[in-house]
Write a protein that binds this ligand. Structure first.
Ligand SMILES: *Cc1c(COP(=O)(O)O)cnc(C)c1O
Length: 471
């Protein structure tokens, strides 16, 4: 299996080459040259597998530069009951006939990002050891991504994490999760500024190519192909739990921000998993819903990016979306390059409404979409609590609200649960009048000693901190 860039760079790379890379050199995103096809006999066989074995089977179709025995061991080490809370890893919870939740949020940071990041941590450690190299991950977070990365990389050999976050702006629970880590290879940098300042610092450091090369600076952002691939597995796992035979179809409803999660669903569908609809849910930041309704992709400025009660979906542009558009346009890299490399840069917008390919988003690729607002979230959390006796988080509520528009008789609808409610307790209190349950391992987490350094919003000082902590 070789990987190509969505913008037409002629290079063809192998899995481990792109594992530690971000964007392709031409600014595109990596995708496999083709999607391996999974036939009915294979689905029958996979239906009986435990999660780590299923992960191994899916990964082995895309990874041919890690010996199979090693890949199998990495999957077995990653997807354990100890780390993810259950033997199923991603168990299905039935809400009512034809409607269920797939629990993806029982990993160490209580959000679905652990599903991929935990594997990434093990893959990084493996590949860095094999190369005899080190990696210093510099990131910016407003919450979920940073903590998932830290919990995946803590204690890993050859990796250090320097994670910037806006000082005093994360929820107390999120701060406690990150700052209570005492591992020597994890560094929390609270920046006196907002999230955009953190991102600007990361960009400024990454643009200093000399510094980046000399100090082996890398990232773990959501465009990493290995993260996407790890997420493909739970679409298969959800399908097998919701159906009895491969003649059945299911739909998935996915609370979306950067289009990473649902893009994995698209990959699973392209491989032949019998998915009827991919239901994309946005919050008030509805860039993606607008595209699937109108064919116009219009990125937002920071003034038009709202702070909502499902904050992990507060995005102004969807960093993984280019992958889907590449497939939608029949893998025409020239057009993708023009749209993403030129038109977006120039006008912040492109319009496919008049392109015959746009209709295929619905007909051939199964996408539908809608948006959900704060009022919807609160009502949905309340309704799910009253009728089903379950407490869902605000992002999952966006998914459930939108899913309801697209439920069809005979096609189970699987809503992906992307976080646990304790992470967003204030809105749960607003909806239900009481705090959500807290998993026992997080009792008193806010009182633990914190390991964090406060720095001004200044790239030079962040660089100096990194250099001072490389041993
Ligand atoms: C990251 C995140 C999302 C959005 O996922 P994308 O892959 O960016 O579309 C939704 N919900 C939660 C809780 C998240 O952490």
């Amino acid at each position: 299996m070789r990987y190509l860039s969505t913008r037409g760079d002629p290079a063809r790379k192998r899995f481990c080459e792109i594992l530690l890379e971000g964007l392709a050199p031409d600014g595109g995103l990596y995708l496999p040259e083709r999607y391996p096809q999974v036939d009915t006999a294979t689905l029958d066989k996979w239906r009986r597998l435990a999660y780590p074995e299923l992960a191994f089977e899916v990964l082995s179709l895309y990874v041919d530069d890690i010996p199979l025995a090693d890949l199998k061991a990495l999957c077995a080490k990653t997807y354990t009951q100890e780390v993810f809370g259950t033997q199923e890893i991603a168990p299905l919870k039935r809400l009512e006939d034809g409607l269920c939740l797939e629990a993806l949020s029982n990993g160490p940071t209580l959000a679905f990002k652990d599903m991929a990041m935990q594997l990434l941590g093990n893959l990084f450690e493996y590949e860095l050891a094999r190369r005899g190299e080190e990696l210093n991950i510099l990131g910016a977070t407003s919450g979920d991504t940073g903590s998932a990365a830290e919990y995946a990389m803590k204690g890993k050999k050859g990796v250090r994490v320097f994670m910037t976050s806006p000082h005093g702006r994360m929820s107390p629970f999120q701060q406690a999760q990150m700052f209570s880590l005492q591992d020597a290879n994890i560094h929390n940098l609270a920046i006196e500024g907002v999230f955009d300042d953190c991102q600007d610092i990361v960009k400024a450091v990454s643009n200093d190519l000399e510094f980046k090369r000399k100090h082996k600076i890398g990232t773990v952002n959501s465009i990493n192909w290995a993260r996407l691939l790890a997420q493909v597995v739970y679409y298969f796992a959800g399908y097998f739990q919701a159906t009895k035979s491969n003649a059945e179809k299911v739909s998935f409803a996915v609370p979306s921000g950067n289009f990473g999660n649902i893009c994995a669903g698209h990959v699973a569908r392209m491989m032949g998993l019998p998915i009827d609809k991919l239901v994309l849910a946005t919050n008030e930041n509805d860039v993606l819903d607008e595209f699937f309704r109108t064919g116009v992709y219009r990125v937002r400025g920071s003034a038009d990016t709202y702070e909502t009660s499902s904050p992990s979906m507060d995005i102004s542009k969807a960093s993984n979306f280019e992958r889907f558009v590449f497939d939608l346009l029949g893998r025409d890299a020239g057009t993708v390059k023009r749209l993403f490399g030129e038109e977006l840069a120039k006008s912040g917008c492109f319009d496919l409404s008049a392109d015959p390919a746009f209709a295929l988003a619905h007909t051939r690729y199964g996408f539908v979409s809608a948006k959900s607002t704060h009022v919807d979230r609160v009502a949905t959390i309340r309704d799910a609590h009253q009728r089903f006796g379950v407490t869902i988080d605000t992002h999952t509520a966006d998914g459930l609200k939108v899913a309801r528009h697209f439920v069809r008789p005979g096609v189970p609808m699987i809503v992906l649960e992307t976080a646990l409610p304790i992470k967003f307790a204030a809105t749960i209190v607003e909806a239900l009048g009481h705090e959500p349950d807290r998993p026992v391992q997080f009792d008193g987490i806010e009182d633990l000693p914190k390991r964090v350094t406060v720095l001004p919003a200044d790239a030079a000082q962040v660089k100096a901190f990194v250099v001072a902590h490389l041993t």
